[in-house]
Design a protein around this ligand. Structure first.
Ligand SMILES: *[C@@H]1O[C@H](CO)[C@@H](O)[C@H](O)[C@H]1NC(C)=O
Ligand SMILES: *[C@@H]1O[C@H](CO)[C@@H](O)[C@H](O)[C@H]1NC(C)=O
Ligand SMILES: CC(=O)N[C@H]1CO[C@H](CO)[C@@H](O)[C@@H]1O
Ligand SMILES: [Zn+2]
Length: 380
């Protein structure tokens, strides 16, 4: 019993040290689990994945389990920093390191890559070569544009011409689409897509926002695709900005939108019935895109969001009428051309949209933004 208490105290001291006070795999704070075969401190969520790798990692709770002297000594000799030096020795710069908030598949594969496949323990690891070699090819399930079905499509990613193509048939020579790395953005959207491995690929074509929704049944494959796309995006960014530091380009590889979700919207006279639309607010290009549903391939429209001094503002409001409108939390957006009225389902949502718009409106515009504004206003 004496050992039980003393050893628990030792572990609680260890886990407070700066190198151990974050989960070794997702960086979340106050880890209270540990792998006593790898010598790392973990959050409960990551410990769940370790539990699925029993040949490599064995898990105990710091507070609830019994720790004998030898195991405590092992933890002291190892720890997060030692494990990191060994298992994260050569993580490619473009490789996405998941954080606490990220989806399960990213965290699960990061843990498997590090400890099971030893993907980052030596230079030129077999698995790492797969997504670093400049070309990646295979089939993915892609949501059909006409209905909710997913269909098999062959995809080909090439670093040489900085593009992603896909083909309707396995043996077709002519791609259905050639997507440039210029505006391509790939992010996991498991909830929206309704599949744990669901990946959304967004891009621009003829000035319109477009989406592809894909998944692969195998978790390793979809994360390889994701990182192969990241590698190709990084080559594109390097070619575009040859003098920039790699650290400056890495945050630009993939972006998340400021906010997305359903709202109800009426037409320009505000007497038209309200219609539910899926909105995406992008802080980078200051565009609010809207789609018929969350899984639509092509945008219905886009609104540029400028600054207050250019006549853009948002405020809470009640609409003139409520035809077609099921939701009650309204706000309006003023632009130089017209007023928009939006209805949100929940007050929380309304608050988040208002905050998101205010954040964009408060940022100064760049020359690129003036060009975007001019082209969007011409379109409407
Ligand atoms: C870990 O977090 C994910 C969401 O990020 C959740 O779906 C999953 O159930 C969690 N697993 C455990 C073991 O808590
Ligand atoms: C926002 O727009 C920029 C420029 O078009 C694009 O590169 C980026 O991927 C977009 N972000 C999202 C989340 O789609
Ligand atoms: C993922 C993570 O944040 N783990 C921590 C484990 O310990 C190392 C070494 O000090 C830290 O750098 C990591 O932040
Ligand atoms: Zn964790």
């Amino acid at each position: 019993m004496a050992n039980w208490d003393r050893n628990k105290r030792f572990l609680l001291e260890m886990v407070k040290q700066p190198s151990n006070n974050l989960c070794a795999d997702c960086g979340s704070s106050e880890p209270d689990w540990a792998s006593y075969t790898l010598g790392i401190f973990l959050c409960v969520n990551c410990s769940g994945t370790h539990r699925n790798l029993p040949d490599i990692s064995k898990i105990k709770s710091i507070l609830l389990d019994f720790w004998d002297d030898a195991l405590v000594e092992f933890m002291r000799e190892n720890g997060n920093a030692t494990a990191k030096a060994r298992f994260e020795k050569c993580v490619p710069p473009f490789y996405y390191r998941p954080q606490e908030k990220d989806c399960c598949i990213l965290k699960d594969q990061w843990i498997r890559a590090k400890y099971e496949r030893l993907e980052f323990s030596e230079e030129g690891n077999y698995y790492q070569q797969a997504y670093s070699s400049g070309i990646y090819e295979g089939t993915l399930w892609k949501k059909s544009n006409d209905n909710k079905q997913f269909v098999r499509r062959r995809f080909l990613l090439s670093q040489k011409d900085l593009s992603l193509r896909y083909f309707v048939n396995d043996d077709s020579k002519t791609p259905k689409a050639v997507i440039s790395m210029k505006d391509l953005n790939a992010i996991f959207q498991p909830e929206k897509i309704g599949h744990a491995h669901g990946l959304q690929i967004s891009y621009q074509q003829e000035g319109r926002g477009r989406n592809l929704f894909v998944y692969h049944d195998n978790g390793q494959e979809i994360v390889f695709w994701f990182n192969a796309i990241r590698a190709t995006r990084l080559s594109y960014l390097k070619r575009l900005n040859p003098s920039a530091l790699e650290e400056e380009l890495i945050p630009l590889i993939t972006r998340t939108s400021l906010k997305e979700g359903y709202m109800e919207k009426t037409g320009p006279t505000q007497w038209e019935p309200f219609k539910r639309r899926w909105f995406i607010l992008n802080a980078t290009d200051r565009k609010l895109l809207y789609f018929k549903t969350s899984l639509d391939a092509v945008e219905l429209g886009a609104v540029f969001i400028g600054t207050e001094s250019h006549g853009y503002s948002v405020k809470e409001c009640q609409p003139k009428h409520t035809r077609g409108c099921k939701w009650r939390c309204g706000f309006s957006m003023e632009t130089p051309d017209r007023q928009f009225v939006f209805m949100c389902e929940q007050e929380q949502d309304q608050k988040e949209w208002l905050e998101a718009f205010r954040e964009v409106i408060s940022q100064p515009m760049t020359p690129q933004h003036y060009t975007t504004e001019a082209s969007l206003r011409r379109r409407t």
